[in-house]
Design a protein. Structure first.
Length: 241
């Protein structure tokens, strides 16, 4: 995984979300959906969901928004059926892009995604056109500035928990796992007292693409347009930031 660090892209996404309160709520809505889908909609029996609810409330997310996200995952919204879909395509400069959506209207969502690509010098492709360039991995990040953690001790705990490997930078520890063992690794490390800035199963690019400043600007505009869609849950790409 050396050289495949996702943290700069994570930072950019977090900064963009922090710029708008609605983006923060969208992030937590996704986290709530994933947690409820994975472990059920009852926070009493789903500690991961309970943690996300606490964080969402700490950021002033309305209870109605929290309940709606959980009901999406558990089928509790009468008459509303949500589908998970992935769109694949190329951004400006041939950047590989994958867009995960959760929608109750595929036609509307497909139109919004297609428009975002075409307006910013990209184009949608067929399923599978770029997914082979990414690996699905469990991904956990510990912010080093908030915690006094011995690197060797953490590495030992990661390996004992079943993690694949760990990368260390000046700012963060990045932990990678097999997606099937992600939950076990995360929960084991939580029990040991570690706190995560990011904890998710994600798509990591096998290689990164460097583009001109102009193409990078257009790519960032594409990301912004996609993030403005309430149906978009996550965006993966292989642009070197």
């Amino acid at each position: 995984m050396a050289g495949h660090s996702k943290w700069k892209n994570i930072q950019r996404r977090k900064n963009a979300q922090d710029a708008k309160k609605g983006k923060i709520f969208m992030k937590y809505a996704k986290d709530l959906y994933v947690a409820a889908k994975e472990g059920g909609g009852d926070p009493e029996t789903n500690p991961n969901l309970r943690t996300v609810i606490e964080k969402a409330k700490a950021n002033n997310m309305p209870n109605d928004n929290i309940d709606r996200a959980i009901k999406k995952a558990t089928g509790g919204l009468d008459g509303v059926q949500y589908e998970e879909t992935v769109y694949e395509g190329y951004g400006p400069g041939g950047i590989a892009v994958m867009v995960e959506v959760l929608t109750d209207n595929k036609n509307r969502t497909a139109s919004e995604v297609r428009h975002a690509f075409s307006k910013n010098g990209g184009n949608l492709g067929e399923n599978g056109c770029v997914s082979f360039m990414f690996d699905r991995k469990g991904y956990l990040v510990i912010d080093r500035s908030d915690h006094d953690i011995d690197e060797d001790d953490l590495m030992m705990d990661v390996l004992e928990a079943g993690g694949d490997e760990m990368e260390t930078s000046e700012d963060v520890f990045e932990i990678y796992t097999d997606p099937d063992s992600f939950t076990e690794v995360r929960d084991t490390l939580l029990e040991k007292g570690y706190e995560f800035d990011t904890a998710e199963v994600t798509m990591l690019p096998q290689n990164s693409t460097t583009v001109s400043e102009d193409k990078e600007h257009k790519m960032n505009k594409l990301i912004d347009m996609l993030e403005d869609s309430e149906d978009v849950q996550d965006i993966y790409h292989n642009m070197e930031v």
